[in-house]
Design a protein around this ligand. Structure first.
Ligand SMILES: Cc1cc2nc3c(=O)[nH]c(=O)nc-3n(C[C@H](O)[C@H](O)[C@H](O)COP(=O)(O)OP(=O)(O)OC[C@H]3O[C@@H](n4cnc5c(N)ncnc54)[C@H](O)[C@@H]3O)c2cc1C
Length: 484
């Protein structure tokens, strides 16, 4: 198709889209396109500086399921690529276009449809932010069971479509999948399917959760919620070794009297970068309990008893409170301490966090960039580990050195039967290399629902990068950083 033909087709598309969606919710403005095509990381911006396919041609904001359905059908009619985007906080280009086309910005879909305080159920649009949902549920004395610490901006559908396995509430109530009752889903041809636990249609919860939008749009979500509790307490202890900190972390995580509402383990560098002051010991375990007063008190007593048995140093209350107040900003604050934050996230099982850390510490001795290590407890035996590298944009040797170190850690994660926490466009080549069985299953469904691969393409089943190429590039980067 020539440039003129493409432009003419897009004009026709936009005109016809205007018959479905109010025209002020459709834009081709280059500034909006640039802003919405990217995400919180600098990566998509880096890509679309060189490749226009990372920029959308049109952005639209549907207001309800029917509008989404019509938009999807229209995009298919025109064979236009579609990218589904919520708040774009999951990074890794997961909500950025890879072939231009249309971005469906979900954030106009932000209504609560039904709150059932007796059955403890809420039904809402998928584009609602967690903070808005939390505020809406307050009046009914309810709260979501789990949500990411990015809750101030991220959306319900974004958490369902990404991992949804670790965040606030996950260690206590489980993952987002455990809370789902039904999902109203719009497939690439525009047809709508209601998915429940016993679904007999094309899709199950397993297909939709952590799908990165590759099969279509989560339009509405019905999920179980919890009653508001009356008592919140925090505990925090410093440890001299990672092993001691991890032992304590697992003891708290496994205590069935009252599971923590939030639980993390961080190294001193993380605390130093995220807060003005810091605990004195190299490792810090932080737990928040939220329940009825007697249960909270029992859990806190258990934490104190366990800490007294080992060499743990109590951290002052004001620091624990400050940390909770800052919880939504912590990971961002860390990124603000440099002009080029780089990070990678891993899903590591309880039993293998120690090995993962040992390899990290060992590899880390070869590098001298500013780093930080952060573990967040997830559902069951899951943990989200986030590695940070604070780099200088002018120092490309350092930037690629950090990426090379993360590459080593990613191979380690798969070698020990774990995986990346967030796949996204940029991490998909790891998935192709290490999870061929999952790739084959996803591919079969993808071909069935989206034969032309127009919707959220290049996630999970097809990569822009080849593993061997990246492996070689990072080998060179590591050599240049550590040897030369
Ligand atoms: C400060 C900070 C803290 C974070 N804390 C956590 C945490 O505690 N736990 C955690 O798991 N993650 C965390 N994250 C990562 C991220 O915030 C979460 O994954 C979040 O759920 C993403 O939501 P979002 O609305 O930003 O989705 P986006 O990033 O916009 O989208 C994520 C993926 O889902 C797809 N998608 C979005 N909406 C839909 C939909 N309605 N239908 C179909 N596909 C869709 C997108 O195409 C994309 O592939 C954090 C990130 C930051 C920056």
């Amino acid at each position: 198709m020539t440039v003129e033909q493409k432009s003419e087709t897009l004009q026709r598309f936009v005109k016809e889209l205007g018959e479905i969606i109010p025209s002020f919710h459709i834009t081709t403005d280059p500034y909006e396109i640039e802003a919405i095509s990217g995400d919180l990381s600098l990566l998509p911006k880096y890509h679309y500086k060189f490749k226009e396919t990372y920029l959308a041609d049109v952005i639209t904001r549907p207001g309800d399921t029917e509008e989404i359905s019509k938009v999807m059908a229209k995009c298919r009619e025109y064979s236009l690529p579609v990218t589904i985007r919520a708040a774009a906080t999951s990074c890794f280009s997961s909500s950025s276009p890879t072939m231009g086309g249309v971005i469906i910005d979900m954030r106009r879909m932000n209504k609560v449809h039904e709150v059932d305080a007796d059955k403890l159920i809420v039904k809402c649009d998928a584009g609602i932010s967690w903070i808005k949902l939390i505020e809406s549920l307050l009046d009914a004395g309810l709260a979501p069971k789990c949500y990411p610490t990015s809750y101030k901006s991220s959306c319900v559908g974004g958490y369902v479509a990404s991992s949804g396995k670790a965040g606030v509430g996950s260690a206590k109530f489980g993952s987002i999948k455990d809370t789902l009752i039904s999902v109203t889903f719009v497939k690439p041809d525009g047809s709508v399917e209601k998915i429940t636990k016993d679904s007999k249609g094309d899709l199950t919860f397993d297909n939709v959760v952590e799908s990165l939008g590759m099969y279509g749009v989560i339009a509405e979500v019905e999920m179980s919620v919890t009653e508001l509790k009356t008592s919140m307490e925090m505990v925090g202890y410093g440890f001299k070794t990672f092993e001691a900190a991890m032992g304590y972390f697992l003891a708290i995580k496994g205590n069935n009297i009252n599971k923590p509402f939030f639980l993390s383990l961080s190294d001193k560098k993380f605390e130093k970068l995220a807060h003005k002051t810091l605990p004195t010991r190299p490792f810090f375990v932080y737990a928040v309990f939220y329940d009825d007063a007697d249960k909270t008190a029992k859990a806190v007593a258990f934490c104190k008893e366990t800490a007294d048995k080992g060499d743990a140093l109590v951290v002052e209350d004001w620091y624990l409170k400050e940390k909770w107040d800052d919880i939504a900003d912590t990971e961002l604050t860390l990124g603000r301490m440099c002009n080029n934050p780089v990070f990678q996230e891993y899903l590591i099982d309880d039993n293998r966090v120690q090995t993962f850390y040992e390899v990290y510490a060992d590899e880390g001795r070869k590098y001298d960039y500013k780093d930080a290590f952060y573990v967040m407890a997830g559902s069951g035996t899951n943990n989200r580990i986030k590695l940070f590298g604070l780099s200088d944009i002018a120092n490309s040797r350092e930037f690629f050195g950090i990426k090379a170190n993360f590459h080593t850690m990613t191979k380690q994660a798969y070698k020990q039967s774990d995986k990346l926490y967030t796949t996204g466009v940029v991490n998909t080549f790891y998935h192709l290399k290490f999870n061929p069985e999952d790739v084959a299953n996803r591919k079969a469904l993808k071909v069935k629902l989206d034969p032309d691969e127009l919707v959220n393409s290049y996630r999970f089943v097809k990569a822009k990068m080849k593993f061997w190429r990246v492996d070689f590039l990072f080998w060179v980067a590591k050599f240049l950083y550590t040897v030369v």
